[in-house]
Design a protein around this ligand. Sequence first.
Ligand code: CS2
Length: 496
Amino acid sequence: MTAPRLHPRALDALPPAVRRPAFDRRALRTGIVHLGLGAFARAHLAAVNDDALDAGAAADWGMHGVSLRHADVRGALLPQQGLYSLGLRDAAGTQTRIIGSVVSTAVAPEDPQAMVSAIAHADTRIVSLTVTEKGYCHDPATRALNLAHADIAHDLADALAPRSAIGFVVRGLQARCSEGGRPLTLLSLDNLPANGDTLRGLVLAFAERVDAQLARWIERECTFPNSMVDRIVPRSTEADLAAAQAALGMRDAAAVVAEPFLAWALEDRFAAGRPDWSAGGAQFVERAEPFEKLKLRMLNGAHSAIAYFGLQAGWATVDAAIAQPSLRRFIDALLRDEVAPTLATDLPGFDLDAYRAQLLQRFTNPALAHRTQQIAMDGSQKLPQRWLNTLRDRLAAGAPIDQLALALAAWCTHLRGHDETGQRYTLDDPLAAPLAALHERAASRPTAHQRAAEFTRFAPVFGDLADQPRLVAALSAALEALREHGVPATLERFAR
Ligand code: CS2
């Protein structure tokens, strides 16, 4: 017999252990338009928003979730009228709850004007984004709008059917400005440094090219709070959907799983109000930047290192990788010796040792099966803020960079498209073709020093670090060590 589908009418039939929304979903109206309704947003923003609604937030804080590319999330949520389950998992087991704050869903390319109208709508007071790093169509090293990006070029030329998140936002703001000009908050929830300021810079750069008056209106009426978001949310697999079905006694095609941990530090600069997300663990802060920097450099920096070593050595998940003593010792040393010292002055009194210990503990979560291959994707978009800003600070301080250089060497090595056993994989990166060409160019150089220098000249990632002498020296030593000794033995040598 096929299991029934999760649906508002079926909520009463759920097992008692499954928490469900306490608020009246039928009264919900859309106040938040969210771009990028992937697993992360469903396990973070929407879950916190549910907590706020449970705690009595007004019914006009429902969410309209929009996918910018694919129809699968909408396809899964539509028959469930927006309901889905969130399973919080660790070694102790799984806590399952139903999330109800998503009122409606859409797929932007099917009806671009509907998306523009949703941003312009008088009831919309927040437009939030989780579109991943590459969704900002910027130059990762400089964070400037990439005017050569095909979607940006298209969106500047064609006002009616945008493709990019930035294009949709600006065309939506243009309509909003001419339809009453109500203020709006634009909230980036992606892992970018100063994500609000970055989004603002990109939106204004696009808007200037459309209409300078529009750019002035945006500067006056819209806010872009910075925020640090944190929860580890792997992509859902068939096994996750099966586990959700077992817990619910019904089928949920949009189930997400995540770790129990959640953090969200954001600036309280909302142009048109907000729900009280502190009910779900959000922390409103004066400046989010120190928290972002901490999280990007420590958690995401460690994650990317685990991903590239793991991928090369054949450790398929984060917990399997961090269970390798050599990698665990190296990551601990990297965070302690080279990353944490760059953060101390920004966070006076903050216990960086406890934070590091907690991170390592989170990485050991055996119930997530977070794939190293998933984290390894889009490295060109991630490494500047995860490793290279740390590296710049270390260089400026005249401090050692050997461990950061080894992580970089693992990324450079991974560009060859196969692991240490010869197993091939596809480079998953918006710059995959130029990166593969870069690897080929570097590999053709006769000396390790020249190979390392070649890598550092890849401007979208390294920017002003091209040919930096200390970086080239450290990277060349690290590339050689990896080539000669392989991942596990090299990690042993580099973990002091
Ligand atoms: C990960 C992040 O895939 C990745 O690049 O590093 O998604 C990470 O799991 C989250 O930022 C944790 O908050």
